[in-house]
Design a protein around this ligand. Structure first.
Ligand code: MLT
Length: 263
């Protein structure tokens, strides 16, 4: 574990002479959501995971930040750790950060992996849901918010599977700093739309989506893939929005096949 500027906490595994895969988790989770990808890849790759600003061990400040700040954090990880053209892999909110990072600094990246995410900005309805989330945290507390939000991201069957460790995931998120969680909600509500850039992306992109993802359904990701020059799109069975956690074997197989083609 290493602390960078502004308390951004990163975790590295494997040999840093190997290609780096830099993972960006979803909301409201932490770096541990990539556990099964890290243990699968660390012998042949250098893996970097981190807690996004506001969440997990990366809480600091007053919750005033934007997706631009979150991309600055990502860029600072790449620059300060001297990562040479990492592959970046983001899930949902992590995908929003990754897509904006590609728009801002594609030349620093080797390839992109997008899991259960989308390029569109929040609709008015989505912004109102973020506002209701903030009110919910203020009035009923972070535990209540997390208990209402997280079940929507998993398949019912996954919640009951012992290998998923759902209770541990929930418990970690319940302990997040409420100001940091609200900061992420505001950052997501204020993000730009990256759809126009999809047709300009030159690096290879792997897109994967859980077959039962209700937040960013497979059709949404298929539409994105159709706009990207060098793209591959796969639907992951037996999973909803948290495909890398819910069906890690299938996601890992898609990731390794993609990585072998591009390095
Ligand atoms: C996530 O998984 O990161 C969130 O569901 C994203 C969002 O709320 O838009």
């Amino acid at each position: 574990m290493k602390k960078l500027k502004d308390n951004i906490t990163i975790f590295q595994e494997g040999n840093n002479n190997n290609t780096t895969i830099l993972f960006i988790h979803g909301f409201p989770f932490d770096h541990l959501m990539w556990d099964k990808q890290v243990s699968f890849l660390k012998n042949d790759f250098h893996t970097v995971t981190y807690d996004v600003r506001g969440l997990g061990k990366s809480y600091k400040g007053n919750g005033q930040f934007t997706i631009e700040t979150l991309v600055d954090d990502l860029e600072n990880i790449i620059d300060s750790q001297k990562l040479k053209q990492p592959v970046i892999c983001g899930l949902s909110m992590g995908g929003y950060i990754a897509l904006r990072a590609v728009e801002r600094m594609e030349n620093k990246l080797k390839a992109l992996i997008l899991c259960d995410t989308k390029s569109e900005a929040d609709t008015s309805e989505a912004k109102l849901k973020r506002a209701a989330g903030i009110k919910n945290i203020d009035e009923k507390g972070i535990k209540n918010f997390v208990k209402e939000f997280i079940p929507n991201t998993f398949r019912k069957e996954s919640i009951e599977k012992p290998g998923i460790k759902y209770k541990n995931i929930l418990k970690r998120s319940e302990e997040f700093n409420p100001t940091g969680v609200k900061g992420c909600l505001l950052a997501m509500a204020g993000r730009t739309d990256t759809t126009d850039y999809l047709k300009k992306i030159k690096i290879p992109v792997l897109l994967i989506c859980g077959e039962e993802d209700r937040l960013t359904p497979p059709e949404v990701m298929k539409n994105m893939a159709d706009k990207i020059l060098k793209s591959e799109f796969y639907i992951i069975p037996e999973s909803a929005h948290m495909a890398p956690v819910e069906n890690a074997d299938s996601v890992n197989e898609k990731i390794i096949t993609f990585l072998k083609k591009i390095i």
